[in-house]
Each structure stands twice: as C-alpha cells, then as structure tokens.
Ligand binder design. Sequence first.
Ligand code: C5P
Length: 309
Amino acid sequence: MGSVTVRAPAKINLQLAVGGRRPDGYHELATVFHAVSLYDDVTATEAATLQVTVGGDREIPFDGVPRDDSNLAARAAIALAEHAGLEPEVHLHIHKGIPLAGGMAGGSADAAAALVACDALWGTGLSRAELHTLATTLGSDVPFALMGGTAVGLGRGELLTPALARGRFEWVLALSDEGLSTAEVYAECDRLRGRRVLPEPRVSDALMAAVRAGDAHALGPALRNDLQPAACSLRPGLRQILDIGDEYGALGSVVSGSGPTVALLARGTEHALDLAVALGASGACQSVKRASGPATAARAVEGSAARRV
Ligand code: C5P
C-alpha cells in the first residue's frame, strides 16, 4: 500500500497589524509569520474512500479534531482531487503536536501537509504555485505552512514574501486547553475599536531589521499583535502570562495570532528552560512547550516516499 508522511510546522506571528474589515468579511493584514518547531504529521495512505483518523502528543488534547469532511486536511485532499480530476481516495492520519485553536495555525498545517502528501501519493506533481493557489482557497494561514521560515503576509495573510532571517530564536509557548475562535477574536477586535478610523496596516521596519540581524534583544520589544487586546478581553487570564514573561526576563511576549497561545522570547536555550519552569509552576497556563524558529516548510518525512505496489 502506498503511503507518505508530511510534517508541517506551527506558526507564531511576530507582528500582526490588523486593518479594517473588507467587503468580503476578512480584515486587511500586514503580518510577519514565523514557523516554529512544533509539528503536525499527516500520513496519506491509499484507501477506498476518504477517511480521517487522529492521534497526538501526550500534552495535546486532540479530541476536538473533526474526523469528517469538515477537517481542513480532508478539505485539502478533496480540493486537490477535484483540481486533478481524481476521486479523493485516501486515508489521512493526523498526528497532532500543535495545539488546537491556539492561534498557531495547526489546522492550516494539517491542510498544507495533506496537500503535499496527497500530491506525492497520487503523483499529481503540482507546482509550488499551483499548491499555493489551492492553499489560499482553504484558509488564510495555509499558504504560509507550505512556505515555512519567516515571511511577510499581506492581504488576508496569503500574499507572501519570504523574509531574510539570520540565526535562531528560542521561544517558550504558554498553551491553554481551551482554544479561541479566530472569527470571534476578530469580531471582538472590531467591537473594541468601535468606529475608529484605522491606518493601513504595515510591517514594522525595526522588527524586520531585528529578524534580518537575528537579534533577539531587538526583536523582543518589536513583537506586536493588534489582536492581543481582543484575545485578552475574551480570556483575561492571558495578561498574567504576559506579566510572568516580564517578571522572568523574557525579551518580549506576545499572543500568537488570535490566541490563546502566548509566545515568550527567551535569551537562549537555558533561559528558555528557566522561563518554561517558571510558567509551569505559576499555574497561569495549562502546559508549556519550548520551540525554536524559523522552522522549515511542510515536507515529506525522510523514508516515507510514496511507494505503489
Ligand atoms: O481564513 P480562515 O478560515 O483562517 O479565517 C477564519 C476567520 O477569521 C474568518 O472567517 C474571519 O472571520 C476571520 N479572519 C479575518 N481576517 C483575516 C483572517 C481571518 O477576519 N485576515
């Protein structure tokens, strides 16, 4: 039986500048995506019909992942099959290492991994540009999961330009068991802003210079997320996590995407361990993970090339 496993990274947003709501309901963004070393694996295996099964790391409560066609990985397989004129005859097994509804684009990682895995399994041989176009139809963050690294995203996040980035950044991620709905966080952001006239969102020059230089000390104070007030309004406990970051010397702390994950930038690997211990002991979050970035794009796990029998 042919089978291929693809690993796709989580993301955090080093900056998320949110403009006004567009006529299509989405918000105009200027964001800096940064892939970090938490991964979901999607294994695509030939099957008579489309099936989804789910497993995961010990700390990740994955019961809430849909097993039907509403799963973003299943929708990716269906979209690719339609594009190629095939039936979506595949079993997708998703192994979650990325928290659900955490603002880290885990569902998007699964969709990107499923696209790459099914493309290899079915021998459809799509170009990167074709995969990107399909990814855009699946969700705002799916194209970035195909690209990985660090990238500027405009539009609703799908217009991507890779960023020059040097070195590695060490992160501590404060996770919550209960996710936040992206749509609800954007709606809360609109509510808090009221009728304010908004400037066009743009990426900060200071942040991009810090990324280019690999300078964590300069990056820390430049981290910024316009959705953070909305995420904290819906989940007031997040402020305590941000305060612990300050208290224990994080270079910067920011809610990731629509939250509730909070990313704390450490001075190095040892400091990351200290921060993780302090956060774990505080009880302010359900679990803590360490990760580094930038991580690489969705790609086949070595030794899992599709083999037909
Ligand atoms: O594209 P995706 O399905 O990830 O978006 C989920 C929801 O988040 C959208 O339905 C929309 O309410 C909100 N969103 C937004 N502006 C964006 C991205 C997402 O309002 N740029």
